[in-house]
Design a protein around this ligand. Structure first.
Ligand code: GLA
Length: 346
């Protein structure tokens, strides 16, 4: 009898490029997930329903970043990251399938990592599993990501977004109000591998060398940064942390006007100060902002392409608006529970 490990993707409502400086984020796990159906095995053998190739490696793994086909690197990265912590991974043989769009900014890689960790028999709390999977992403791709994606995939709460303090890892679930839908609109495919993401991480580190931790800095402090570009990066991070708090309060109070305003402000900050948006994403935000019933829209996730997230009344004509703008793959997503493992009763 097979076991099934499931892990959801995520969409971030507000709080981008804050996690790797220990700031605040407000994502939700979504009802699109990656599943690995497996039985225990002495090594690791995996086929994919969505991708070509067959991943096979022995445990313990050598170098995760050279495994082929390349989707297997995330799986090997998890095995390697578990071994680093002396959490001996158990081999498995199985099939992976996903309903998370790949490379669209919805954390398909985090979903694969978390599902793999469960299949490898990890036994730890959500934050530890997420930390192992974050390390796996670093080993697999060299992208120095933060912990948001993996922690959202492990700790998601149905019908709720999660305000996460990425320093303390405290999580505050905030209910999505009734009558409000969350939509995701893919604008352009991309991977963070090869993007300027590592440069942004380095620029934030440079800002912190000048003014100390960005998570506790204020806007006045960022004005003291000498370099214009580093100053702008820091201004985004510090203002984004403020936006997360304000958004959480507005969402809990069902003040959708404020929620939307904060989303647009967040987009402009990413576009102007952090420079992770693209002209196509800016145009798409403007397009959806004009649709009746839309409260707010912004790019979501690492950027340089990817998706928009939109908050709108349930009956807002988003699908029609997406069709007219050439984004017919817009999808309504619901906040979902985090990862789980189903084992057969013996
Ligand atoms: C990617 C990373 C996350 C986070 C976002 C930007 O999704 O994996 O850790 O930094 O970008 O908010």
């Amino acid at each position: 009898m097979s076991s099934v490990a499931r892990a959801p993707g995520r969409v971030n409502l507000i709080g981008d490029h804050t996690d790797y400086t220990g700031g605040l984020v407000l994502p939700m796990a979504i009802d699109r997930e990656t599943t690995i159906t497996f039985t225990a095995s002495p090594h690791v053998e995996l086929t994919s329903r969505d991708f070509d190739g067959h991943v096979r490696f022995d445990l313990p793994t050598a170098s995760a970043s050279t495994v082929l086909p390349s989707w297997g690197r995330y799986v090997a990265g998890v095995a390697a990251a578990m071994s680093e912590r002396s959490m001996a991974p158990i081999g498995f043989s199985g099939t992976v399938a996903t309903t998370v769009p790949i490379g669209g900014g919805l954390s398909s890689s985090a979903a694969l990592e978390v599902a793999a960790a469960l299949a490898f028999g990890i036994e730890a709390d959500n934050a530890t599993i997420a930390a192992v999977c974050r390390r796996a992403e670093h080993l697999a791709t060299n992208v120095p990501c933060g912990i948001m994606d993996q922690l959202t995939s492990t700790a998601g709460v149905k019908d709720h977004a999660l305000m996460i303090d990425c320093h303390s890892l405290d999580i505050t679930p905030i209910r999505i109000p009734d009558g409000v839908s969350v939509w995701v609109v893919p604008v352009s495919a991309r991977t963070l591998d090869g993007s300027e993401y590592p440069m942004r991480v380095a620029q934030c580190a440079a800002a912190e060398r000048e003014i100390g931790p960005l998570r506790s800095a204020d806007l006045a402090g960022t004005n003291n940064i000498v370099d214009r570009v580093i100053r702008a990066r820091a201004r985004h991070v510090v203002s984004e942390n403020l936006r997360v708090r304000a958004f959480a309060a507005a969402l809990a109070a069902n003040d959708l006007h404020d929620v939307g305003k904060i989303m647009y402000e967040g987009h402009h900050s990413l576009s102007r100060d952090f420079e992770t948006s693209t002209p196509a994403m800016d145009a798409a935000v403007e397009h959806f902002a004009r649709i009746p019933g839309v409260h707010g829209a912004r790019m979501t996730g690492g950027g340089f392409g990817g998706c928009l997230v939109i908050l709108a009344d349930d009956d807002a004509p988003i699908a029609a608006g997406a069709d007219s703008d050439g984004h017919s793959d817009a999808m309504r997503v619901r906040a979902a529970d985090g990862a789980s493992l189903d084992t057969p009763l013996s």
